[in-house]
Design a protein around this ligand. Sequence first.
Ligand SMILES: Nc1ncnc2c1ncn2[C@@H]1O[C@H](COP(=O)(O)OP(=O)(O)OP(=O)(O)O)[C@@H](O)[C@H]1O
Length: 791
Amino acid sequence: MSGTASGLARETAGEQARVDERYARLDLLRSSTEARLRDVRAAGSSGTPAARMERDAFATLYEDRLAQLRAVEDRLVFGRLDLEGGDVRYVGRIGLSDETQEQLLTDWRAPAAEPFYRATAADPLGVVRRRHLTLTGRTVTALEDDVVADGAALPEGMVVAGGGALMAAVTAARTGRMRDVVATLQAEQDAVVRAPLPGVLVVQGGPGTGKTAVALHRAAYLLYAHRDRIAKSGVLVVGPNRAFLRYIDQVLPALGETGVVMASLGELFPGVRATAVDDDDVAALKGDVRMVELLAAAVRQRQRVPLRPVRLSVGTHAVVLRPRTVRAARDAARDSRQPHNVARASFVRRVLNDLVRQLASAQGTRGDDLDADTRQSLEAELRESPDVRREVNLCWMPLTPSGLLRDLWAKRDHLAGAAAEASRQAGHHGRGSAQGWRREELARLARPKDAPFTVADVPLLDELAELLGEDPSSGAVEAARAARERADLVAQARGVLQSGMVDPSGGGALTAEGLAERWAFDGPRGSVAERAEADRTWAYGHVVVDEAQELSAMVWRLLARRCPSRSMTVVGDLAQTSSAAGARDWGEALAPVLGTGTRTRSGVDLSRTFTLSRLTVNYRTPRQVMDLASRVLEAHGLPEEAPRSIRDAEVPPAAVPTHAPAGSAAWTDAVVSAVRDQVAVLGAGRMAVVAPHPLVAGLRTALGKALDDGDVRGVDDPADAAVTVSDVTGVKGLEFDAVVLCEPGAILDASPRGAGDLYVALTRPTQRLLVVSSGPLPAGMEELDRPIPRT
Ligand SMILES: Nc1ncnc2c1ncn2[C@@H]1O[C@H](COP(=O)(O)OP(=O)(O)OP(=O)(O)O)[C@@H](O)[C@H]1O
């Protein structure tokens, strides 16, 4: 910082006074919201149901507001802009104004805050100086300035601080939970965060370029800037697994957003929380777009025609279920193009029509000339006959997605029948045998009936739910009732607003529309997030997908259904793809979302395009580690360029060669000793030991003993452990101060997609990388092959 020490002290004291003023305002808002909440709650459960509902809605509103005001405590103010003409603007987590409506703090998402992220010397956007304020608790502990405009234009006496808030942020030890980067968001990241809402935006960026950070800030930004369009429908953030969601779950609340639905890939089908994973080859088969036809065929297989006439007793009479009638009813029901459970009604009606006629003539009445009452009573007789119920059901049973999928995996003949039907259909539609399933592929899909659903089953359940539809006797009716109730609630909320009961100053951003929306959707019976999570047919206003390169075609189809507007942010890195069903090319991977190849009858192409943004700077991995990773990337022909790192490592990456075979006692001792050394130098930092999957369990036990158990965990709970032992999949998207990477050669050999996994593993550390290897190091890593001094 230029200027004298006393100048700096004065400047800091000045900023402290401003910061205090803003926290005082925050405290005041909190206590007035608390008071309102107390008042509403004090009214208890008295009054009419409508009045109670109104109070519930206000209570929810004030609770939300309080949660938001509490979540912004940490680093409430982080920026200051000095503008040409002398105006000063403070930037922080939320907008605050004083009682005279004078702006005290500008929300980072507001257009007025944009120059804080975008102003450069070449394009200062009216900014003379940008200042980063670092707070510890509520105390200003550092000021760091950049002069954006030409230095000569600085007003006299203005103090300029140097250093880098960014550097401080990226070198800080990691806690196991991701922090927001709102204070130091860089211009290329900000451009992604503030990109327009409509359309599919793909953010391709190498490791550590802030893709996850940017995706979360974008969700918060969109809810702020387009609240009117997406608050009602919500934003869905999809991450690879629960551990990853735990890693990021603090970020959005800290940015003032609590209403986002976060789901892992195993949780995208209501009622199922899949955590089991298939072997990669099986997951690839389940993710393959050929599944669409296999599942459709499995449903068709359950629409059966008896081979010969079946005699059915109805009371003292008998009727015959004729194959010809069943076939005609089945064809007509299929032609309706309704889902299976919905079309069942028309199938049953047609079959019953024939049986009614037969029963009438068996009872001596002419079947084609019945009055409505007689017909109804004959139908009732038929429906009571166990024979009729059983045989008609056998032809067209109501089905559930989970029941059908379990059967398909557990019963070889079902799967083989469905595959044969899929081939028949493909042939029928002129698609040839390219769609066919090989016998060994089908064998690999087989699983016991009681096996839990896997993550790769989730999109298949969803696909089946589409093909089967709601059983009209159950869910649909309930859904319609819920929709009607919601509509009533909106109307009531509007009534309350018109009566002037709402004091807009209490809620800050509260508007009449806002209340109506919140009331309808965040009202007494659950938030928008809860509703959306429970409703498979919920249409989200925006979907954010992280680690998107891993998604299979079947998952993309599911996500396309959740987001009919196709307003999506898709972040990932093609060089990090590890799953065999994952992406090689964004256009190809997104085909199910973009509707590629969709044409009208007259040949008009209906497919959409996507916008591609690139992030190029790595904020996580030190330069020497990233250089090593990029050599691996080049040596193995991975797509995409490696990003540029912004800082050097204090200790370069190194290798510990061992001569003992991987997994042996001597080898384990070598790993334990390498980990011990790292723990000793790391202090409070966090470490990952990344190893090929078969070695993980043994290492975890050995390290648990060697390090007195204390803090060694598996990846299922990595956020709180000092040492996490995991395979590559478990550390994807995460970061650690140090990484001990075991047996890179074996990791490479076991990956279905080349060096993607190795590249992921190499790019996890924020400080140190140590490689333990019993064999030669893979191409690109040879330079490490030398003994290193112990730390
Ligand atoms: N503008 C920034 N200011 C400070 N820290 C940042 C910034 N951008 C990213 N980071 C930090 O860099 C690290 C990497 O970010 P993030 O995990 O979002 O990267 P990523 O692109 O998702 O990585 P990967 O592809 O490896 O999963 C995080 O610690 C993040 O907080």
